[in-house]
Design a protein around this ligand. Structure first.
Ligand SMILES: [Zn+2]
Length: 309
């Protein structure tokens, strides 16, 4: 029988956990977070010194790998952080704060906070435009949950709106938008899509003019072409199945695992589902590699309980 990945030393031993994180965050040398010098520091290993403590020879300050990351100011053991990151990265629909609380024996509040910090680490704010020449990016919207203080009405206006751009065979980027309108959608599509891309949408009016700005724009009428169609001239598969596949996982996760999501936190859940989708097995990223990628994102993402709320 193969061993569980959780038997690895860095999930069980605190010194091994620090060494694991240091090897990944300081791959190009140990950086002093106070003055920025590289590899001019030494470990402090007196019996009263904390695990992973270093002293900078340039500025004389002490530091650990936690400084300036999502781990800073947290009393949770590093090995527990690594377990939590591994669990969130390898659970297709996410993992609830309740489950983390029980698995790690931390308080529910701590578990909730850890989840949001890890989501923050997964947020990469991708700047490169999606979709190059010959590549197709599907754009679609979905509605989920309920806006705060908004009465439930027909038409779904009480729900939170999400725009997702998914490159076929590639990554996904989702955004919390005010509503399915040109004003909310057009700037995001323009900022995130290469002009050479083939844009694929439904027939919603807000894509009509926008579509002309791209190399190609195909549309499907969800009422008429339930499963899409093949363009006879070009052989192009006109459908939004990729975006719908993304939303099906997202919705199952949000309803089944997270259940309640306040509007102010939605962008972080979107980052989590985007991250797993963009680093999926089909693209050659296994569970361990995915967790390592999330770990690399912990730098510069400090999030305090005050800023999160
Ligand atoms: Zn220094």
């Amino acid at each position: 029988m193969s061993k569980s990945i959780f038997t690895a030393p860095h999930f069980n031993d605190e010194a091994a956990a620090f060494a694991y994180v240091e090897a990944r965050l300081w791959a190009n040398g140990r950086v002093c977070p106070k003055c920025g010098v590289v590899d001019r520091s030494g470990p402090l290993s007196g019996k009263d010194d904390r695990i992973g403590l270093y002293k900078c020879y340039a500025c004389r300050k002490k530091f650990t790998v936690k400084v300036g990351t999502i781990f800073e100011d947290s009393h949770v053991a590093m090995r527990d952080w690594l377990v939590a990151i591994q669990l969130i990265c390898s659970s297709k629909k996410g993992i609830s704060a309740n489950q983390l609380h029980r698995t790690l024996s931390v308080t529910l509040k701590t578990a909730w906070f850890m989840g949001h910090r890890i989501r923050e680490a997964m947020r990469d704010g991708g700047l490169e435009p999606m979709g190059g020449e010959g590549q197709t990016v599907e754009a679609d919207e979905t509605f989920i949950g309920r806006k705060q203080g908004e009465p439930v009405r027909a038409g779904g206006h009480h729900k939170m709106a999400v725009l997702t751009l998914v490159e076929r065979g590639g990554s996904a980027r989702s955004f919390h938008i005010d509503g399915a309108t040109v004003a909310s959608i057009a700037p995001l599509v323009r900022d995130n899509l290469a002009r050479e891309a083939h844009l694929m949408t439904d027939e919603a009016a807000h894509y009509t003019r926008l579509g002309r700005e791209f190399a190609d724009h195909s549309t499907v009428d969800h009422g008429r072409d339930e499963y899409g169609y093949i363009d006879r001239k070009t052989g192009f598969n006109a459908n939004t199945n990729t975006a719908e596949g993304y939303y099906s996982i997202f919705k199952r996760g949000m309803k089944g695992v997270y259940q309640h999501c306040q509007e102010k936190h939605l962008h972080r859940y979107l980052a989590e589902f985007d991250f797993r989708y963009s680093n999926r097995v089909k693209l050659g990223v296994d569970d361990v590699a995915r967790a390592d990628r999330a770990l690399k994102g912990v730098v510069g993402k400090r999030l305090t309980y005050q800023t999160i709320n």
